[in-house]
Design a protein around this ligand. Structure first.
Ligand code: NAD
Length: 439
């Protein structure tokens, strides 16, 4: 869609030069977000190229024996974007949508996320193009182990530390840890984070991203004079991130009036029954098929959750779900980005024009990487912290980051996304300068 195709109402609120084609891929989107902040920072083009370009893009094609005896080839990626502030850090996702541009984008977002959260890591991401829902546990394990072997030379506790992301979890991390340790002929617990607690994982890691999203929501609400206890929210996506966000927002007194997963969207203006939702989270299943609904309604189209009346909208599923096509329907006053890249740049302009406050992904979902950092610290020091200590450290670290972003946004009258990028880019640029690359 081009500017000329927009409705008159949309044309009134945004200037043509602010619109870009909606067809940008995720890597082009992160570059655009970077450039908007770099413009404000007055950064010359050559410095931008240095900071925007991933250091290493690795693609591996490898064989896996399937349960029926047939060998199938899979393609995996590991992109290491930037490590001037510390070892590369970022998740591994299993999805049919994984391609090099998506992984490059996610790796770049990790660099800006670790920088805005101020943890001493850089940014990386990995993934395998596959359909994990159609694979057996044995096939997933063999695929994970072979992928780990293929990238074993470029990962390690002091070089690049993978973690869970979409369709990967503690079990997958345990396979990666075991394979890498076999390769090294010694146990290397710090090579991945998000591990099960009984295998060097950290208490609090599993809920950390949702806990961070909740803290970002609550502090942003308070900064805007709103009482969380009087607020309502909808959460799109009920995986690790969405399920914990829904639970922890509810603990803060926020009424959850809608949730969705890949199968359906359930709404209930009186508030979703959280006890029932809790029980649903404890056994894997799909909302439409497995949720024992006693109240509420399933929407005819799950995508319409975006437009449900609520104060807070938390997209916590995938990229590009708030677009020019549906941004008009958003009725929330706050969008807290749980997923990476859920808002297209055009929709972002529209949300700002509508006065909707967007807490950007690189800040909102940074709780996961913050606790991953504490997991790595525990591994390298052979320690196991109690959950209370992990949560206290997370709250303090993230609180500093949120307040810094809120303050800069207020002072410069800019969006929270712009403020977060300016802070993150400033930190990475400073480390680059100190290493002697910048004057
Ligand atoms: P997950 O695989 O655990 O869950 C994804 C959820 O999204 C599932 O419930 C799935 O049913 C749902 N979903 C998929 N497509 C959907 C759609 N079209 N509409 C509604 N729901 C849909 O993944 P996750 O770890 O929760 O990650 C979710 C997002 O958060 C991703 O963008 C990821 O990169 C980001 N993220 C994850 C972490 C983490 O610690 N896991 C940290 C930071 C960011």
């Amino acid at each position: 869609m081009r500017y000329g195709d927009l409705s008159p109402a949309k044309r009134r609120v945004a200037r043509p030069e602010e619109f870009v084609m909606e067809s940008l891929n995720p890597f082009q989107i992160v570059q655009l977000q970077f450039d908007k902040a770099a413009d404000r920072l007055g950064m010359p083009e050559w410095q931008r190229q240095l900071l925007k370009t991933p250091n290493r893009n690795v693609q591996v094609d490898f064989p896996v024996r399937m349960d029926d005896g047939v060998i199938r080839m899979f393609t995996g990626y590991r992109v290491q974007h930037n490590n001037v502030r510390g070892p590369y850090k970022g998740g591994v996702r299993f999805s049919p949508a994984v391609d090099l541009d998506e992984v490059k984008a996610l790796a770049s977002w990790m660099t800006w996320k670790t920088a805005v959260a101020d943890v001493p890591f850089g940014g990386a991401k990995g993934g395998i193009s596959c359909d994990p829902k159609s694979m057996s546990l044995g096939e997933l394990e063999r695929m994970t182990r072979r992928f780990t072997y293929e990238i074993a030379d470029i990962i390690g506790p002091d070089t690049d530390i993978p973690a869970p992301d979409v369709n990967t979890n503690g079990e997958v991390m345990a396979w990666m840890l075991d394979t890498y340790s076999m390769y090294q002929r010694r146990d290397v617990f710090g090579v991945v984070t998000g591990k099960p607690v009984s295998l060097g994982g950290s208490y609090g890691r599993i809920a950390a991203t949702g806990r961070g999203i909740t803290q970002c929501a609550v502090e942003t609400l308070r900064a805007n004079g709103c009482d969380p206890k009087k607020m309502t929210a909808v959460v799109q996506g009920l995986g690790n991130v969405g399920s914990w966000t829904a639970r922890l927002l509810a603990k803060e007194g926020v009424r959850i009036v809608g949730v969705s997963d890949v199968s359906a969207a359930l709404v209930d203006a009186a508030g979703i029954d959280m006890a029932q939702l809790d029980a649903f989270f404890s056994t894997p299943g799909r909302l439409l098929k497995d949720f024992p609904k006693k109240r509420g309604t399933f929407l005819p189209r799950k995508e319409d959750l975006i437009g449900v009346q609520a104060d807070i909208l938390v997209p916590a599923a995938t990229e590009n779900v708030i677009t020019l096509a549906n941004v008009d329907t958003v009725r929330a006053r706050f969008v807290v980005e749980g997923a990476n890249g859920p808002t297209t740049p055009d929709a972002d302009v529209m949300l700002d024009a509508k006065g909707i406050v967007v807490v950007p992904d690189i800040l909102a979902n940074s709780g996961g990487v913050i606790v991953s950092y504490y997991e790595w610290v525990q591994n390298t020091q052979r320690e196991q912290w109690p959950e209370s200590k992990v949560n206290a450290h997370l709250s303090e670290k993230l609180g500093t980051a949120i307040q810094g972003v809120l303050a800069l946004a207020k002072q410069d009258k800019i969006t929270l996304r712009m403020a977060a990028y300016m802070i993150a880019i400033g930190r990475v640029a400073e480390a680059t300068r100190l290493r002697g690359y910048f004057p």
